[in-house]
Design a protein around this ligand. Structure first.
Ligand code: GLY
Length: 394
C-alpha cells in the first residue's frame, strides 16, 4: 500500500505525540479496503459472518453508503484513483434508491452524504450533486408538520398492518445523522426549507428523545393524526426506559455536527450533556455494552460500532469547545479508540474482510458480535479525526 502517500497527510503536533498507533491503524484500514475491492466488486457490506467475511446487501439498504464513504475517505488520504473509481461505479445503485418509492426512507442522509455528496465534494461531479439534492428533497418530504419530526421508517400499507402501526407517527434517534444532508443542501442552494426541517427535527429530537438525566430514548411515538407527543419507546435497545448505546452515539455526533454547521449553542450543550452521560456510563469498560441500562450482573455483548461513532463524535466535539474542555473529550475518545484497538481490531487478522469485530447490529433480533459496515466507517472517521483531519462529507 501507499504508506508514503498517507504519511504526507498526518500531522505530528503535541496532541498527537504517542498516537502513532492511530496512524498505523488507519494505514491498515486503507490496506484492508484495497484488499476488499476485488472481493466485493460492486456489492456493499451488510453484516459480517462469523468467519469475518461479509454478507452483502441484496438491494437498497440503509447501510449501502458506508463502504462508499470509506472509499471516498481512502481516496482523500491516498489520492489513489482506484478508490474513487470503485465508489463512482456504485452510482447506479444509489440512483435506484431515488427511483424507488419503497427504498426512499429516513436514511437518505446516511446513504447520500457518503455517496453523492462525498463524490461531489471530492470531484465536483454535477450529476452527483444533483442526485444528492434530489435525496435531500425527498428527505424533507417526510417531515410531519403536526409533530415537527421526520418520519422514521416507511409506514407500509395493507400488506403489513402491524408494521404500519409501528412505523406511523414515529421518530428515531438515528435520524439526526441524516440532517447533515439537509444542511449541505441548504448551503448549496440557499433554499430555506432544508434548514428549517433540519432545525425543527433537531429541536423535537432534543425535546422528546433526550431525557433530563442525559440518557436517551431510541424512538418516540406521536399520534400520527394530531402530532400529539405520546411516549418514548425502544426498537433496538434493551427496554423502552433504557439507553441504547448506539442511539446515544448517533446523538452525540449528530448534535455536535448540527452545532458545527449552525453555531446553535443549544446543539452544543446537548452534545456535551450526552457525552458527559456516556462518559459516566462507559465507565472503565474497554468497549461499551450494547445498551447502557442492562442488568449489572450479566455478561452482555459489546457494541464496537457504538464505540466508533461515539469516538468520532467526541473528536468532532473537541473542534467546537475551548481547549481546556477539549482535553476531556479527546481523552475519552482516545480511551474508546484504544479499547477498540485492543479488543476489536481485525486489521491484523489475515483473511478478515472488515475492520472491527464485535458490533451489535440489533440484539433483540439476534444480531450481535459481528462486523458492521457503519462500525468500520466511523472507525476510519474517528482515526482521522483523532489526528486532526476535519474534512468529512457530513
Ligand atoms: N440506524 C440503524 C442502526 O443504528 O442500527
Amino acid at each position: 500500500m501507499q504508506t508514503s502517500q498517507l504519511t504526507s497527510y498526518f500531522t505530528n503536533g503535541p496532541d498527537h505525540a504517542g498516537r502513532e498507533i492511530y496512524q498505523a491503524a488507519l494505514e491498515r484500514s486503507v490496506a484492508r479496503l484495497r484488499e476488499l475491492l476485488p472481493i466485493a466488486g460492486l456489492r456493499n457490506p451488510k453484516i459480517g459472518r462469523p468467519d469475518h467475511s461479509w454478507s452483502f446487501c441484496d438491494g437498497p439498504d440503509w447501510v449501502m453508503g458506508f463502504l462508499s464513504g470509506q472509499l471516498w475517505l481512502a481516496h482523500q488520504l491516498t489520492a489513489d484513483p482506484v478508490f474513487a473509481a470503485a465508489a463512482r461505479a456504485r452510482r447506479p445503485q444509489f440512483r435506484a434508491v431515488l427511483d424507488s418509492r419503497k427504498a426512499r426512507d429516513h436514511d437518505l442522509g446516511f446513504i447520500f452524504s457518503l455517496s453523492s455528496v462525498a463524490e461531489w465534494l471530492s470531484t465536483g461531479d454535477e450529476v452527483a450533486r444533483s442526485m444528492a439534492l434530489e435525496a435531500a428533497r425527498w428527505l424533507i418530504g417526510r417531515f410531519r408538520e403536526e409533530g415537527q419530526y421526520i418520519q422514521a421508517w416507511n409506514p407500509v400499507g395493507p400488506e403489513d398492518r402491524q408494521q404500519a402501526r409501528f412505523a406511523n407517527g414515529r421518530m428515531i434517534a438515528d435520524t439526526i445523522q441524516n440532517l447533515a444532508l439537509l444542511h449541505w443542501a441548504h448551503r448549496e442552494t440557499g433554499v430555506a426549507d432544508f434548514r428549517e426541517v433540519a432545525d425543527l427535527h433537531e429541536a423535537t429530537t432534543l425535546r422528546c428523545l433526550v431525557r433530563p438525566d442525559g440518557t436517551t430514548f431510541h424512538t418516540f411515538l406521536f399520534d400520527p393524526a394530531t402530532g400529539e407527543p405520546l411516549r418514548g419507546e425502544t426498537h433496538q435497545g434493551y427496554a423502552d426506559h433504557s439507553c441504547w448505546a448506539r442511539g446515544q452515539a448517533w446523538l452525540i455526533h449528530g448534535f455536535a455536527n448540527c452545532h458545527r454547521v449552525t453555531g446553535n449553542p443549544v446543539s452544543l450543550d446537548a452534545a456535551r450533556r450526552l457525552a458527559t452521560k456516556a462518559e459516566a456510563l462507559v465507565g472503565g469498560s474497554k468497549v461499551p455494552v450494547w445498551d447502557y441500562s442492562l442488568p449489572a450482573n450479566g455478561k452482555h455483548p459489546v457494541d464496537s460500532s457504538a464505540a466508533a461513532v461515539t469516538a468520532a463524535g467526541l473528536f468532532l466535539l473537541c473542534e467546537l469547545v475551548p481547549e481546556a474542555e477539549a482535553v476531556r473529550w479527546r481523552n475519552f475518545g482516545y480511551r474508546l479508540l484504544d479499547g477498540l484497538l485492543e479488543t476489536c481490531d481485525l486489521t491484523q487478522t489475515p483473511n478478515a474482510q472488515g475492520l472491527l469485530a464485535h458490533g451489535a447490529g440489533h440484539v433483540p433480533a439476534g444480531r450481535c458480535d459481528a462486523m458492521l459496515p457503519y462500525g468500520d466507517y466511523y472507525f476510519m472517521e474517528a482515526l482521522m479525526r483523532a489526528q486532526g483531519h476535519r474534512d468529512f462529507f457530513w
